[in-house]
Design a protein around this ligand. Structure first.
Ligand SMILES: [Zn+2]
Length: 159
């Protein structure tokens, strides 16, 4: 199933992703994201995404509110996938979501790295030693095995 979103119109103005100044659309590129299933059918969202021509920053593609930059999934799809990853191995979650485990790992690692970066900003936090260990591992199952008993499970909560 495919949904087409006509949210961006020619002649409309959009904020520059760098400075926020309202600029005219320079051009459009049709992009597609995998969204949550519609009943048992895979659902894809397609929309024209403009690039703006900012006088200060040049031509830049705007960020859509329903997907993070560089992802081919909507935020809601990623949220559902991460909820599954909290409960089962990534390969099993990938089968449930009908995506390859490699693609799901990219999503998981994006959010894990973002969580670790946020924890980095909290030097002196009781979990900072664990953050150093996390840098050397890629699988949340490993993270959980390393997590000291009784410590807050911040990364698990982020995922
Ligand atoms: Zn700008």
């Amino acid at each position: 199933m495919s949904c087409t979103c006509a949210w961006a119109r020619r002649g409309a103005q959009f904020p520059c992703p760098t400075c926020g100044r309202s600029c005219k659309a320079h051009d459009f590129k049709e992009m597609t994201w995998r969204h949550l299933n519609f009943f048992q059918h895979h659902c894809y969202l397609t929309a024209p995404v403009p690039r703006v021509n900012c006088p200060d920053h040049g031509v830049k593609r705007i960020q859509v509110p329903w997907a993070r930059e560089g992802s081919s999934f909507t935020v809601l799809f990623e949220q559902a996938a991460l909820a599954l990853v909290r409960e089962m191995p990534v390969a099993a979650a990938a089968r449930q979501m009908a995506v390859t485990d490699k693609r799901l790992w990219r999503v998981v690692l994006f959010y894990v790295h973002r969580a670790v970066a946020r924890m980095d900003r909290c030097r002196g936090h009781p979990a900072s030693e664990l953050v150093e260990k996390l840098r050397h591992y890629a699988e949340p199952a490993v993270y959980q095995a390393l997590w000291p008993r009784g410590q807050p499970r911040t990364i698990s909560a982020v995922i």
